[in-house]
Design a binder for this molecule. Structure first.
Ligand SMILES: *Cc1c(COP(=O)(O)O)cnc(C)c1O
Length: 224
């Protein structure tokens, strides 16, 4: 890629707006979070100058250091990765939205701080029970845990389309789970889904929060 991250942001932002309009949606109903994991704070600053206001990270140590370096910028920090309960309070100090809530112990840990947080419940769409996401069968019980805590606002669902599935089919499934969730939590209408390779399908399916990394940042440097 010859273009700069700032130019790529503008290109992707235009594609997002076009996809929204093509689906009879308003571009401003969609929040684009640029996932900047493994990239330095200098790249985040460059993106800020190009107009980015929401950034996503998936590792606490790295995210905390970057946020500290960029505390002069009015950015909203989103946590999108696996989160250990013992780091939850620390993450809540600099993130205002947690997209990866997948178990009751994490809900308790996030609620034990003093800071109000917006949370998404991550659903596991794969056939294997693994660490990322609550099983669909456990979704409502987990939602109840969040609804009991005044300090947490349940925004909706987060999902990653599995590699072996059509993204559109995976996102439709999330939409169905969202209807179920709304029967319990009518306000939890948001959908955090869509990444570099599938954000247009996600917009067609109703995504409100896109999490886009490499299409904007460029290839990620290797994990330190
Ligand atoms: C890295 C990451 C993204 C962005 O992925 P790209 O394919 O680079 O757009 C989105 N969501 C989560 C949870 C991630 O970890």
């Amino acid at each position: 890629m010859d273009s700069s991250p700032g130019q790529r942001w503008l290109e992707i932002d235009a594609r997002i707006a076009a996809a929204a309009l093509a689906n009879n949606r308003q571009p401003d109903e969609i929040t684009t979070i640029v996932v900047t994991k493994f990239h330095p704070a200098s790249l985040v600053r460059e993106l800020y100058e190009a107009g980015v206001r929401h950034v996503g990270e998936n590792r606490h140590q790295e995210a905390m250091a970057k946020q500290a370096e960029l505390s002069d910028l009015p950015l909203t920090w989103h946590f999108v990765g696996q989160l250990q309960s013992n780091k939850a309070k620390a993450v809540a100090q600099y993130c205002s939205v947690i997209h990866s809530v997948d178990r009751a112990s994490l809900v308790s840990a996030l609620a034990s701080g003093e800071k109000p947080l917006d949370v998404f419940l991550e659903v596991n769409l794969t056939d294997v029970a693994h660490r990322g996401g609550v099983e669909p069968s456990g979704l409502l019980a987990l939602a109840e845990e969040v609804l009991e805590r005044d300090i947490l606002t349940l925004r909706g669902l987060m999902a990653v389309a599995p590699l072996d599935q059509e993204p559109a089919a995976a996102f439709d499934r999330v939409l169905g789970l969202s209807q179920t969730l709304q029967s319990l939590a009518p306000g939890a209408t948001d959908l955090s889904m869509g990444m570099s390779a599938d954000f247009e399908e996600a917009i067609a399916a109703g995504a409100t929060h896109l999490r886009i990394g490499s299409a904007i940042t460029g290839k990620r440097p290797l994990a330190p």
